[in-house]
Design a protein around this ligand. Structure first.
Ligand code: GLV
Length: 313
């Protein structure tokens, strides 16, 4: 009798999946804090917090598929996986709108100084309506700059239309549909940095983008600009960011991602003009269910010998 294959699935996905998500396999649920076990597992559905390096893959000699439950795949050594013929998949599309909404929640929170307002009330320092209290940045007719204009960047750009903002973007490839439908304009990096009132980062983490926004590029942002990052924390050099905040060069910052999650620098937490969120870009029931379902469908497709729905390469 052929033996039943075994797969690993992040136990944090249990509430988002049916009780037997992979009926044709034995599922071992692994918690985020647990080391990746070695053995004869043929598939794994990890969270983005699980690093799967070459050593982890070596301990999984039968592995056929890594179905990451995230659109970002920087936690996986994709090159090492592909050399072994392991299929790597992610969860694009299903999280685009939720992440774009959250990006706008940060833009609005920083532009209109919500953190300072909430603190005023919490600390009982509010004395009533005051015409010059907590004046923020009016978004109408301002410029939104998108550093990266993939699915999420474009979804953020589309929403800017409702706020009557001009949209600039800088990306590796032109986006003619985005330009035609939403009046977005492709510009060089210098122009993006120099003209954006709000700069929103939408790049993947890679060797090319790590610490991309350091002292030099941050200094090229216009004084008082707002910087938003819902992509990956390591794209911004955190020490450079702190320097730009201390000098008063940046008007405000909204972050959902950090270089060494779950660490968040205390100075960012305490800064009145910095809004920090715990990596919740895709955190709606619909989206998280759709991500978990897509990851499992990818895993099952590969195990059946079919093409994955959303392979990364
Ligand atoms: C979230 O950050 C994701 O990559 O899905």
């Amino acid at each position: 009798m052929p033996s039943v294959p075994s797969v690993l699935i992040a136990s944090e996905l249990k509430d988002l999946l049916p009780p037997q998500p992979v009926p044709e396999a034995r599922v071992r649920w692994i918690a985020a804090g647990e080391e990746t076990p070695g053995g004869d597992y043929v598939g794994i559905v990890p969270l983005l917090s699980r690093r799967l390096g070459a050593g982890d893959l070596a301990a999984l000699p039968q592995l056929k598929v890594i179905a990451n439950c995230a659109v970002g795949i920087d936690n996986v050594d994709v090159a090492a996986a592909l050399v072994r013929g392991i299929v790597v998949t992610n969860t694009p599309d299903v999280l685009t709108e939720a992440t774009a909404d959250l990006t706008w929640a940060l833009i609005l929170a920083v532009a209109r100084r919500l953190k300072e307002g909430a603190q005023l009330i919490a600390e009982q320092r509010w004395h009533g309506w005051n015409p010059t209290e907590l004046l923020g940045l009016e978004l109408r007719d301002r410029t939104l700059g998108l550093l990266g204009a993939g699915r999420i960047g474009q979804a953020v750009g589309r929403r800017a239309f409702g706020f009557s903002m001009r949209v600039l973007y800088h990306a590796r490839t032109p986006k003619p549909d985005f330009e035609a439908s939403w009046a977005a304009q492709a510009v060089e990096l210098d122009a993006l940095l120099g003209e954006s009132d709000v700069l929103s980062v939408h790049l993947p983490s890679s060797d090319q983008t790590r610490d991309l926004l350091g002292d030099d590029l941050l200094a090229r942002l216009r004084p008082g600009a707002i910087l938003i990052n819902t992509a990956r924390g390591d794209i911004i050099d955190q020490e450079a960011l702190l320097r730009a905040l201390r000098s008063g060069h940046l008007g405000g910052v909204g972050l959902d991602v950090y270089p060494r999650e779950p660490e968040v620098h205390p100075e960012l937490v305490a800064h009145p003009r910095v809004v920090v969120l715990p990596h919740i870009g895709s955190a709606t029931w619909e989206t998280r269910r759709a991500m978990a379902a897509l990851a499992v469908r990818n895993l099952r497709a590969v195990l059946r010998g079919e093409r994955a729905l959303t392979p990364v390469r």
